[in-house]
Design a protein around this ligand. Sequence first.
Ligand code: GDP
Ligand code: MG
Length: 175
Amino acid sequence: VLNIWNYDFLFKIVLIGNAGVGKTCLVRRFTQGLFPPGQGATIGVDFMIKTVEINGEKVKLQIWDTAGQERFRSITQSYYRSANALILTYDITCEESFRCLPEWLREIEQYASNKVITVLVGNKIDLADKREVSQQRAAEFSEAQDMYYLETSAKESDNVEKLFLDLACRLISEA
Ligand code: GDP
Ligand code: MG
């Protein structure tokens, strides 16, 4: 059968979390293999596309990054609309970014689909000597909120591929 769409699955993945935690770097690392993302961390487009193959199925990932709106708390409902998955990111070296997570969860509750899959991501593990949020604390929080949890480094490319591929697998299995 000719598949004119050239993919078997299409998922919308949305990154949220405080400014500066590394959302844009994670997206750039995954979609372009680059770090740092270059002049001005802000991506000028709404989303990036990357197609991956999982068990012989072509999975198109539409990955939405904010263009800095999170700084002004002005992320709107349209950003969350029809998201299949959310990557809720904090910075392991920034306690404040972790303490803001409940606020982000309230937004998710308010705007996202109740079927959305949320992954909690602690980024910047290459800066282990500056860690302010322990793995245990994050693991407990994610468990209580029924979220998957993973630590990454966009800089060193640690777990970035795994983050998106695991998420794609979960999305397929729940599709
Ligand atoms: P955003 O505001 O969440 O999109 O964050 P950015 O992706 O713009 O990153 C904010 C800052 O953190 C930039 O200076 C990045 O170079 C830095 N950064 C992002 N990810 C990492 C990481 O994994 N390790 C380190 N050491 N720095 C990172
Ligand atoms: Mg950004």
